[in-house]
Design a protein around this ligand. Structure first.
Ligand code: HEM
Ligand SMILES: *[C@@H]1O[C@H](CO)[C@@H](O)[C@H](O)[C@H]1NC(C)=O
Ligand SMILES: *[C@@H]1O[C@H](CO)[C@@H](O)[C@H](O)[C@H]1NC(C)=O
Length: 323
């Protein structure tokens, strides 16, 4: 009797504490509805300007959110410059000479600080900008969850540890790397559709276009012409990840895979006789189905291990932790 009273009062206490904990710990679309109702507008104003100057910026900023979330969660760590006490993620293999758009994030953050100083995290700005990127290039919308806080550190080692899969990945490595952050194989295939926009450097696809056999021969020749041998020459030459329409967020990425025109080895792995072939075929014929799954997967990716509550901070400048 006594113990059942204790149990039930514990249950009551715990339900309340869970509710409180939940309110603090979970991301929600309304997080800034009182504290910064104009945050979306403040982001969009600056971002639209940047993407009008250069369409590729939409691709580059979408990718920053991915690289942020896959390394210790969506905590703005990718934005931190190196300091005397830590080396950040910017020079890690997946980012060095490759991740870009940091100055645009700085401009967006300044504008958001002007409207609501000290309120909106850099991690949330990346999540909002990822949506803006996809919208600006003609892709689907979704409801962005907010309330992430910013890390006080970043880790070069974590960014180099393989948590961001390299372009030589096999299908099973791609599946495993996404599963490790709570994303399904379907999420992985849908999110890879981000490669319907943006550019890749020759160094990331040279081995594929010279050596692979699961590649359209004319496509391989075309890519070779802009990605010379020997290794080291022309490493930074760019090619569109989607040869058909690099500035449009459409489903032609999947159509390319079916005709063996995936630019990266990892891209072509999604349609190479394995378990994901059927989903690629579905998305290639049904853009609506791709859009729905992509939007849902973006929300899931944005939920990877955020800092909430009293953890982390709201950085004043995205490149440096607050002093
Ligand atoms: C599935 C595993 C993935 C691999 C192996 C991969 C690999 C790569 C590589 C090698 C590049 C070119 C980088 C360079 O030139 O240095 C790239 C570019 C890009 N990736 Fe991925 N990626 C993956 C998933 C994703 C995801 C999930 C997203 C976003 C949701 C994404 C968005 C992009 C975008 C938009 C670009 C072009 C960036 C620009 O033009 O600046 N990628 N990716
Ligand atoms: C990053 O790229 C620069 C310029 O190519 C190079 O000098 C530097 O060694 C690279 N850093 C790392 C950590 O690989
Ligand atoms: C192609 O494969 C051969 C044999 O593995 C390797 O020596 C060569 O470096 C590869 N070429 C490219 C461009 O990666």
């Amino acid at each position: 009797m006594a113990s059942s009273i204790i149990i039930s009062s514990t249950l009551i206490a715990c339900t309340l504490c869970l509710m409180n904990g939940t309110l603090l710990a979970q991301l929600t679309p309304e997080f800034y509805s009182q504290s910064c109702p104009r945050v979306f507008e403040a982001v969009r104003l600056v971002f639209r300007d940047a993407v009008a100057r250069e369409r590729r910026m939409g691709a580059s900023l979408l990718r920053l959110h991915f690289h942020d979330c896959f390394v210790n969660g969506c905590d703005g760590s990718v934005l931190l410059d190196d300091t005397p006490t830590f080396r950040g993620e910017k020079t890690a293999a997946p980012n060095n000479n490759s991740a870009r758009g940091f100055e645009v994030i700085d401009m967006i953050k300044s504008n958001v600080e002007r409207v609501c100083p000290g309120v909106v995290s850099c991690a949330d700005i990346l999540a909002i900008t990822a949506l803006e990127s996809v919208l600006a290039l003609g892709g689907p919308t979704w409801t962005v969850k907010l309330g992430r806080r910013d890390s006080k550190s970043a880790s070069l080692a974590a960014a180099n540890s393989g948590v961001i899969p390299p372009p030589q990945s096999t299908l099973s490595n791609l599946i495993n790397r996404f599963q490790a952050v709570g994303l399904s194989t379907q999420d992985m295939v849908a999110l890879s559709g981000a490669h319907t926009i943006g550019q890749a450097r020759c160094t990331t696809f040279r081995a594929r276009v010279y050596n692979d056999t699961n590649i359209d021969p004319a496509f391989a020749k075309l890519q070779q012409s802009n990605c010379p041998l020997p290794t080291g020459s022309g490493d930074n030459n760019l090619a569109p990840l989607d040869v058909e329409s690099p500035d449009d967020f459409d489903n032609s990425y999947y159509q390319n895979l079916i005709s063996q025109k995936g630019l990266l080895r990892s891209d072509q792995q999604l349609h190479n006789g394995g378990s994901t072939d059927s989903l690629v075929e579905e998305y290639s014929g049904n853009p609506q189905s791709f859009y729905e799954d992509f939007a849902a997967a973006m929300v899931k990716m944005g939920d990877i291990r955020p800092l909430t509550g009293a953890n982390g901070e709201i950085r004043k400048k995205c490149r440096v932790v607050n002093s």
